[in-house]
Design a protein around this ligand. Structure first.
Ligand code: ADP
Ligand code: ADP
Length: 223
């Protein structure tokens, strides 16, 4: 379980991106819906230990995220919104290198992990192609493969469906639904269908505050 208690974040320029966010997030897919500027990325970066909140507390499965950032990073998979700059290199090699950085030193073990992730994200057939040549949908799926190295229990995906066509989005939804079965997956989006089609619970964030939290079917009716 991911618990976010009264998190505020003020940037050095004075912008108050988060104004006391409290959320309890259980296993499965959780959708954070909100317009641009609502604070979604700020909240996700705070949970992912990329920035220290000005105030508040975050915990995941007994880990105090602000006190033990390294412990959180070991169980975290993060796909940032600006996942858009692609180094040269084939999908296979990039995943293999990342697996080295994650501490998998045995070559054969890495091949098992990487082949499995490529198959899971439907990229096995293009594993020797350069990621720079991939379509938007393939890149997002590659991003998920990256995030899944090491079998993290918490997955954070920031606006992963923006700019995808309906078929790509559908395929991406299926992948997220699969990985959400035994993990906590936190998905931010400004697309209502992402939460109605995928998420068991959701919250609406606007101007740094949680407006409502609940089940998509109940909340969307009230909009
Ligand atoms: P969202 O992801 O919902 O679009 P963000 O968390 O990116 O929202 O942004 C929330 C607010 O914080 C916006 O007003 C944005 O301009 C501001 N903001 C985001 N990042 C920074 C930063 N590094 N420095 C200053 N202001 C920022
Ligand atoms: P998506 O982006 O959802 O994969 P596409 O229509 O772009 O949808 O691609 C469908 C399939 O075609 C891909 O899964 C892949 O197997 C193949 N494909 C598309 N673009 C490329 C490419 N640049 N290099 C290799 N294979 C590709």
């Amino acid at each position: 379980m991911l618990s976010i208690q009264n998190v505020t974040h003020t940037y050095p320029n004075g912008v108050q991106a988060l104004k006391g966010v409290t959320l309890t997030i259980e296993k499965g897919m959780f959708g954070l819906l909100g317009p641009n500027g609502a604070g979604k990325s700020s909240l996700m970066r705070s949970i992912a230990t990329l920035q220290q909140p000005t105030q508040g507390a975050v915990s995941f499965d007994g880990i105090d995220v602000l006190e033990e950032p390294m412990a959180l990073r070991r169980v975290l998979g993060y796909l940032p919104q600006d996942f858009g700059v692609y180094p040269r290199g084939s999908a296979y090699h990039l995943l293999d290198h990342l697996a080295v950085l994650k501490g998998f030193s045995d070559r054969r073990e890495r091949k098992n992990i990487v082949d499995h992730l490529l198959a899971e994200t439907n990229l096995y057939g293009v594993r020797h192609k350069r990621v720079a040549t991939f379509s938007g949908g393939m890149r997002r799926r590659f991003g998920i493969a990256q995030a899944l190295i090491g079998d993290p229990k918490l997955i954070i995906v920031d606006e992963p469906t923006a700019g995808l066509d309906p078929e790509e989005r559908n395929r991406f939804h299926n992948l997220l639904a699969e990985i959400g079965e035994d993990r906590v997956v936190l998905l931010s989006t400004h697309i209502i269908e992402d939460v109605t089609e995928l998420c068991a619970s959701m919250a609406i964030l606007a101007a740094g505050r949680v407006l409502v939290q609940g089940k998509p079917a109940e909340l969307i009716q009230r909009l």
